[in-house]
Design a protein around this ligand. Structure first.
Ligand code: NAP
Ligand code: GLV
Length: 311
């Protein structure tokens, strides 16, 4: 089978993917940059945010497999073949990495470690009160592959965790709410809000002045999902004038975050360069291989995106 590998890769990254996919997919031909003559035979496209238009004109295409968990950028491509199944990356290694990042952020906020890092710059010896985890309620927005793992990890570490999703959910040790009407009261009852929602029409610009006004005074916001879900000026205003005390941001409206952006130097913002959960090359290659094998055998495909829902 001819397989296209297309995406925006960092220096050397494409070669690493080719090697890992080659190991996991023996007997197939993987074409990194298919020329016109080779494109006609391509049956599977493995993609990492490819250039818009790069999946058009593939008459035999039967599966688009994303190496990213979030498919918002792919779905923005109006030339994406509408009837070809689209699968996203779901990999326990990636969810585990996300749980580590969320736990680091929540622990650091809870124990004041970001504030101590600021104090160190001024040689300021100023111990703060030490609260117990059970005194720090946390909300996890989005209870999918990432949010569910994060909610369970935080609950396991002693935090009272509430979760929010579209449809009703049940997770041991987590209070679950659902639907738009539950959101404003939920964010008002917790000390830390962790965003793990996919970017869709319903979640674009969700975090605006109205929603930040519902957060509890002194609360923190952790965004590990997508930058376009946040109205950045409204977040800055909520940090400068309340109610927010800190924001941990891994994702931004524009990436890389421009050097002059206010987030870089804001004393109440911690910036990460979109690394909360990177795709794990080796386990992801096996996830991709399993889906391609299912395609070949005519078995059901895993992790299909509902294009109507947008995730
Ligand atoms: P997922 O399995 O599709 O889960 C999405 C969750 O969000 C589901 O629980 C869904 O509810 C809920 N949801 C969607 N729209 C909603 C709405 N309007 N209101 C309330 N709940 C809503 O996705 P995932 O694998 O957990 O990934 C989530 C996102 O994390 C990705 O889309 C991506 O943007 C981001 N991500 C970021 C990184 C990073 O490094 N920063 C890495 C991986 C992923 P239902 O369960 O009711 O459908
Ligand atoms: C990363 O942000 C992903 O969606 O995989």
């Amino acid at each position: 089978m001819d397989i296209l590998l297309a995406g925006s890769f960092l220096e050397g990254e494409q070669q690493i993917w080719l090697q890992a996919l080659d190991n996991a997919l023996s007997g197939h031909r993987i074409l990194p940059d298919a020329h016109a003559a080779q494109r006609a035979g391509i049956e599977v496209a493995i993609v990492a945010n490819p250039r818009p238009g790069s999946l058009a004109g593939l008459p035999r295409l039967r599966l688009i497999q994303s190496l990213w968990a979030g498919v918002d950028r792919l779905l923005e491509d109006t030339t994406l073949p509408p009837d070809v199944p689209l699968a996203r990356m779901v990999d326990p290694a990636m969810s585990a990495a996300m749980a580590e990042t969320a736990l680091w952020a929540v622990l650091s906020l809870h124990r004041g470690f970001f504030a101590y890092a600021r104090q160190q710059q001024d040689a300021l010896w100023l111990p703060r009160p030490q609260l117990r985890a059970e005194e720090i309620p946390v909300a996890v927005l989005g209870l999918g592959e990432m949010g569910r793992t994060v909610a369970q990890r935080l609950a396991h570490n002693g935090y009272p965790v509430s979760g929010w999703s579209t449809r009703p959910a049940r997770i041991d040790g987590v209070r679950c709410a659902h639907g738009p009407s539950a959101l404003q009261s939920l964010v008002g009852t917790v000390r830390i809000v962790v965003n793990l929602l996919p970017l869709t029409d319903a979640t674009r610009s969700l975090f605006d002045a109205d929603l930040f006004a519902c957060f509890a005074r002194g609360a923190a916001f952790v965004n590990l999902a997508r930058g376009a879900q946040v109205v950045e000026e409204d977040l800055l205003a909520a940090l400068d004038n309340g109610p927010l005390a800190h924001a941990v941001l891994d994702v931004f409206g524009r990436e890389p975050l421009p050097a002059q952006h206010a987030f870089w130097r804001h004393p109440l913002v911690t910036v990460l360069p979109h690394v909360a959960a990177l795709t794990d090359v080796h386990s992801a290659a096996r996830v991709v291989a399993a889906n391609i094998e299912a395609l070949e055998r005519g078995h059901p495909l895993s992790h299909l995106v509902d294009r109507h829902r947008g995730y």
